[in-house]
Design a protein around this ligand. Structure first.
Ligand code: NAP
Ligand code: MG
Length: 403
């Protein structure tokens, strides 16, 4: 009889590429399988498999998340021209994250992993700043056109009952570029609810920003939806909890965030969230010190690391060189997913294990055992830079000590 923790419902496991794929397998072998009877439904989103299946595998994985409720994803390559050559691809497949997000809809929440001996580049930031990134539409689902000669570009709306409305976008005298993008009230509404719910759950203020003075219809709609949902559904609970909802222009909010002590939820439109979450993560230490979860309006969860496949380290690894790649974000993707799976299944053991693994990981860094990316920012004099694998064994040692 094994005394490993059992899992009632399968977790949707999405493997990925390059260095993060190596780390993925190591985390499972060193930190998970010895303690948990892993029950996962495995989808290989490695680029080779995506190419073989004409990217069907990515859609299947997203569908499985809808079936089971919780998924965990490794970083994956988004192919470009160089990758087509490198992997001899049939096609420049779309970003798997983009595909999964457009199937699940929802909001991505990114929070820095705080450790005591890591200094933020911004000294006033004492508490984590969570970014809520709307994961649907805008420039990520756009239509673009290259104008090659003089001509008129118009925006044409044709309603189902035949009403037609036209607006001039631009009268081109010469070459140029043009783009059309959209969002829906339904998606903006679920984005707003996801943010208000998250802020209430975490007991933190919610700050939201767009550029509604310039985008008087598009961005203004976001502002109005948030205000309506707040007044109709959340204001009472926010006031009872002593929390604030606050809207301002994005340029004003950037300035306020920099001056703040942190501890807020910053809701961003899709592109703003893409950019600002990398800024916030880096200011707090490293892209690898950030958790990321997609929460869909139906209550599905997808956990991932916010960084990429760390290609440069992978090529060193292939050459047989030792790497010192930070696995924190990938460990926390697993702990986040296991914790949520445990909560949904009422498995206290699984939740407790995930908590312990997070504690052990943080303790390892606080003991001065770090990967190379953290060397410059660490405040403690005592430190030892270790390789990718050694870091995981050091976490395991502390995990066994806690237990
Ligand atoms: P990246 O993998 O995020 O790495 C960029 C650089 O950041 C690395 O070379 C490394 O710096 C540092 N870094 C990132 N993660 C690190 C970690 N865990 N530990 C230590 N250092 C880390 O971005 P990329 O190399 O530009 O992209 C590689 C591939 O990732 C691309 O094919 C891209 O499509 C894909 N990507 C995937 C996702 C995703 O699936 N979520 C997100 C972004 C990019 P040093 O080299 O200075 O050590
Ligand atoms: Mg990005």
């Amino acid at each position: 009889m094994s005394d490993k923790i059992m899992m009632k419902t399968p977790l949707v496991e999405m493997d990925g590429d390059e260095m993060t794929r190596i780390i993925w397998a190591m985390i499972k072998d060193i930190l998970l399988k010895p303690y948990v009877e892993l029950n996962t439904e495995y989808y290989d989103l490695g680029l080779k498999k995506r190419d073989e299946t004409d990217d069907r595998i990515t859609v299947d994985a997203a569908t499985a998340i809808k079936k089971y409720g919780v998924g965990v994803k490794c970083a994956t390559i988004t192919p470009n021209a160089a990758r087509i050559e490198e992997y001899q691809l049939k096609k420049m497949w779309k970003s798997p994250n983009g595909t999964i997000r457009s199937i699940l809809d929802g909001t991505v929440f990114r929070t820095p992993i705080m450790v005591k001996n890591l200094n933020s580049y911004i000294p006033t930031w004492q508490k984590p700043i969570t970014i809520a990134r709307h994961a649907y539409g805008d420039v990520y689902k756009n239509v673009e056109y290259r104008v090659n000669k003089p001509g008129k570009v118009e925006l044409v709306y044709t309603s189902e009952d035949g009403q037609v409305e036209k607006q001039l976008v631009h009268e081109f005298k010469d070459k140029g570029v043009v783009m059309g993008m959209h969002n829906t009230d339904a998606s903006i509404t679920s984005f707003a609810r996801a943010c208000f719910n998250f802020a209430l759950g975490e007991k933190i203020d919610l700050w939201f920003s767009t550029k509604d003075t310039i985008s008087k219809i598009y961005d203004h709609r976001f502002k109005d939806v948030f205000q309506e949902i707040y007044e109709n559904e959340y204001q009472d609970r926010f006031e009872a909890a002593g929390l604030e909802y606050f809207y301002t222009l994005i340029d004003d909010l950037v300035a306020r965030v920099v001056r703040s002590e942190g501890g807020v939820l910053w809701a961003c439109k899709n592109y703003d969230g893409d950019v600002m979450s990398d800024m916030v993560a880096t200011a707090f230490g490293s892209l690898a010190m950030m958790t990321s979860v997609l929460v869909s309006p139906e209550g599905y969860y997808e956990y991932e690391a916010a960084h990429g496949t760390v290609q440069r380290h992978y090529y060193n690894h292939l050459k047989g060189m030792k790497t010192s790649t930070n696995s924190m974000a990938t460990i926390f993707a697993w702990t986040g997913a296991l914790k949520k799976r445990g909560e949904l299944d009422g498995s206290q053991d699984l939740v407790a294990f995930a908590d312990k693994l997070e504690k052990a990981s943080i303790q390892t860094i606080e003991d001065g055992i770090i990967t190379k990316d953290l060397d410059r920012l660490l405040t403690s004099a005592e430190r030892r830079v270790v390789d990718t694998e050694e870091f995981l064994y050091q976490v395991r040692k502390r995990l066994d000590e806690i237990a």
